[in-house]
Design a protein. Structure first.
Length: 416
């Protein structure tokens, strides 16, 4: 009983560490890039312009492909009270950006904790605690959790769906999967479809029930996104359908660069998983059948997604938590009975060393990433040099001097 209580306490502490880690990544890297621009601007417009759609940014700058507003509407509803308080206290809109991104980060952490709870019920608190520690010490999962990307907006839904899949609640699994696929990321049909095939192969779900659950969930999700986004964009539209056609059928995403076929396996996933990735095979040896069922869907998904020439790590970020679960099995086996002999103690020390290696790698990447936004730093310097009430003076008399100072700052950033 004492051991079980200790393991449960460790899981609670590991969950708290997840929240601390994701917020640390947010505050160390507060600036954003173009991939996040639509959802960030859309959330801003919903909060500040509300029903005045003609003032929304996307009416003038629609972007390459239209995106759904459902994520921005949800985030604005969650973040609006905090933004209102910050406005009343006299903070700038940049603080509102912190609030919006923190709201998304909390949503991801809550969904991740729900998945860890399902993992705990299936495999025990030790495996869940070790998996949480691995997730918290990795860079990319924590970094992307506060980024307003379509992939991140879909991530909480995917985590919740995977939690329900582990527990055998197929109605909730199919409903969340359908919504994530049709509204946010169509390629998730590969990942969630493989989870579904595993359930069908295990006879946990019949084909007829699958059809009866999938059809209404898919239709309702499609109707919701078409109605809402058609209003927001001013024309009949299914945004994710447009994205799917543009990126997959027309293969226009290749314009932004291509990578070798196996890039996800030899570059993206090793960086995302860190040093603890070597514990995955140990987890497979410890519980081969159970770990295999966790590994099959994400590995098959990444394999299928590798066929598309344009590759980015964020496209396969959903595969990281279940892959970490396999490493969690391995880490838990290293920690088991560590006090009984010096050999077991040495094995536990190896596990701690791998976690420490993850942390060192993450700190290095976090520092590099904090220097990767020269435009954001330049704008911050500009606002320091020109207070808001002196904008007119700057535009008429001081612009050359300010430009020289900003250029000097940019040169120092790029040469350091």
């Amino acid at each position: 009983m004492t051991s079980l209580v200790d393991a449960s306490s460790c899981l609670g502490a590991a969950k708290f560490l997840l929240l601390v880690s994701v917020l640390l990544h947010l505050f160390v890297c507060p600036y954003t890039k173009v991939e996040e621009s639509f959802n960030l601007q859309a959330t801003h417009d919903v909060i500040y312009h509300r029903w005045r759609l003609q003032q929304y940014d996307h009416r003038e700058f629609p972007g390459v492909v239209p995106r759904t507003f459902l994520g921005a509407l949800f985030l604005s509803a969650v973040a609006a009270p905090m933004v209102c308080i910050l406005d009343l206290l006299g903070f700038t809109k940049f603080s509102a950006q912190y609030a919006v991104r923190a709201s998304l980060a909390v949503c991801v952490v809550v969904a991740l904790c729900r998945w860890l709870d399902a993992l705990c019920r299936q495999f025990g608190p030790r495996v869940a605690s070790c998996t949480a520690l691995i997730c918290a010490t990795q860079f990319h999962l924590m970094f992307y959790s506060s980024r307003l990307l379509p992939n991140t907006l879909a991530l909480p839904l995917v985590l919740l769906a995977m939690a329900y899949w582990l527990e055998g609640h197929h109605r909730a699994f199919i409903t969340l999967s359908a919504f994530a696929i049709i509204v946010f990321r169509a390629e998730l049909c590969a990942l969630m479809g493989i989870f579904l095939l595993v359930s069908l192969a295990q006879c946990r779900l019949s084909l007829s029930r699958t059809f009866l659950l999938s059809l209404p969930a898919g239709l309702l999700s499609l109707v919701l996104t078409v109605v809402v986004d058609s209003v927001m964009w001013g024309r009949w539209l299914w945004p994710e359908g447009n994205v799917l056609w543009y990126n997959t059928v027309l293969n226009k995403s290749s314009i932004w660069g291509t990578s070798p076929l196996l890039w996800y396996f030899y570059s993206a996933l090793p960086r995302a998983l860190g040093a603890t990735a070597i514990l995955g095979p140990l987890g497979c040896l410890r519980a081969p059948q159970r770990v295999f069922l966790l590994l099959l869907p994400p590995i098959a998904f990444v394999t299928l997604y590798s066929l598309l020439p344009h590759k980015e790590l964020r496209f396969v970020i959903y595969a990281v938590p279940p892959l970490n679960a396999a490493s969690g099995f391995g880490l838990a086996s290293l920690f088991d009975n560590a006090w009984k002999s010096w050999r077991r103690g040495a094995m536990a020390a190896v596990g701690l060393a791998l976690l420490m290696a993850n942390i060192i790698f993450t700190v290095g990447l976090l520092y590099i990433s904090s220097c990767n936004y020269p435009g954001g730093h330049a704008m911050a310097v500009l606002h320091q040099l020109v207070p808001p009430d002196q904008g007119g003076f700057a535009s008429n008399f001081g612009l050359n001097c300010i430009g020289f100072k900003v250029d000097s700052y940019m040169s120092s950033v790029l040469t350091d």
